[in-house]
Design a protein around this ligand. Structure first.
Ligand SMILES: [Zn+2]
Length: 168
């Protein structure tokens, strides 16, 4: 989910639910597999649970659900690990699909994570490599590196920029 100047051009939970629903319906229509459709939908939405890990690492249990969304949407994190938001997972999941003999659950997870990353890549406007785990690790998981255009540094400069930062 997240971020944009003006706050409207960014993927949020409801957008991922909508896109995942459409993708899952298309997969069901083509592959005739409810397992692929269901696992694709779940993976496409719940990949964003990795924000919980980032928030938990910095805030422990000292936050409410409302504060959780505020932390994510307003960039109140020092590090964005986002372990599941990693393009490296896509070829690994594709390989796992092949090795498993096209297991529908594995295939669905591969589709779900891939489409979620495509959406975040285009709509959250990170720097090009931001959704590669290895690249983030080498940048110290710093949000400003992922979203340097609209990062925390910029957000502290002017009131008009404060809606811009965040994660995922
Ligand atoms: Zn996301």
């Amino acid at each position: 989910m997240l971020r944009s100047p003006g706050g409207d051009r960014r993927m949020r939970l409801e957008h991922h639910v909508a896109v995942s629903t459409v993708i899952s319906a298309a997969l069901f229509a083509v592959l005739k597999s409810w397992q692929v459709a269901v696992s694709s939908f779940l993976a496409g939405v719940f990949i964003d649970l990795d924000h919980f890990l980032d928030v938990f690492v910095e805030y422990k249990t000292g936050f409410t659900l409302r504060e959780f969304f505020d932390i994510c949407h307003n960039g109140r994190l020092e590090r964005l690990r986002l372990v599941l938001h990693s393009w490296e997972l896509v070829p690994l999941l594709a390989a796992a699909t092949l090795v498993s003999g096209s297991n529908p659950w594995v295939m669905g997870i591969a589709f779900g994570i891939a489409q979620h990353l495509v959406c975040d890549q285009f709509y959250n406007r990170p720097v090009p490599l931001a959704y590669f785990m290895i690249w983030r690790w080498r940048q110290g998981f710093l949000p400003d590196k992922m979203f340097n255009e609209f990062g925390k540094g910029a957000a502290t400069v002017g009131q008009e920029s404060t809606d811009v930062q965040g994660n995922n």
